[in-house]
Design a protein around this ligand. Structure first.
Ligand code: ZN
Ligand code: ZN
Length: 213
């Protein structure tokens, strides 16, 4: 069996090669997913709205953005007395449904009116420094207030709310500058007053966290 030593050496070299290739592949995949933003449509959401959001989020966060598998609104999160959905409960259901390996930042996009118990309504909610956020499109339409629809304004408001909630997941808190996207929106007038971008100090905080290359 003179070929045995060669066979064993070749086999060991092959194993080492496979192992290092596997590790490299695993490392790169994990990094890409950690940096990714996934949009999660809850119920029926127009494709055009999601496409417009993808472009705005790529610009703001300089990372890959994709549309994930859609879900229906979790039963049990609807409050018939308020005729609204409890956003914190939706977030906790979404958290259970997404495997940890797929988590980067996940933005659920819903078209129902959202609330938390202390407030009449919320435009969205997010985990501070976490993975999950949610926005509602319902109160961003002019038609909700009995006004003629304005598509460009609606898409701009959607981008602002999405960037704001994702900003929280990157660890940003509310900002005192009224033009900054991280300013708290108590009403739609606040949303319309602010820009769809971060002020210098919020931008700096994002860069310090190495979110923006
Ligand atoms: Zn906020
Ligand atoms: Zn700011």
């Amino acid at each position: 069996m003179t070929y045995c030593p060669f066979f064993i050496i070749a086999f060991v070299v092959l194993l080492i090669f496979c192992e290092s290739w596997d590790l490299t592949w695993y490392h790169e995949t994990t990094t890409a997913e950690e940096e990714m933003i996934t949009l999660l449509p809850l119920g029926e959401i127009e494709a055009e709205i999601l496409e417009a959001l993808i472009n705005r989020l790529k610009e703001s966060f300089q990372c890959p953005v994709e549309i994930g598998e859609g879900y229906s609104l979790p039963p049990g999160t609807y409050n018939p007395d308020r005729r609204q959905y409890f956003s914190s409960q939706i977030l906790s259901e979404v958290r259970k449904a997404i495997s940890p390996a797929k988590r980067g930042k996940v933005l659920a996009v819903s078209d129902v009116d959202l609330y938390v118990p202390q407030l009449n309504f919320v435009f969205g909610e997010a985990e501070l420094g976490g993975h999950f956020a949610i926005i509602s499109l319902t109160r961003l339409r002019q038609s909700f207030y009995g006004l003629p629809e304005n598509r460009a304004l609606f898409l701009d408001r959607t981008a602002k709310e999405a960037i704001h909630e994702l900003g929280h997941t990157y660890g940003l808190r509310h900002c005192p500058h009224p033009e900054c996207v991280m300013h708290f929106s108590n009403s739609l007038q606040d949303t319309d007053r602010k820009e769809a971008s971060f002020c210098q100090s919020c931008q700096k905080l994002l860069e310090e966290k190495n979110i923006i290359p």
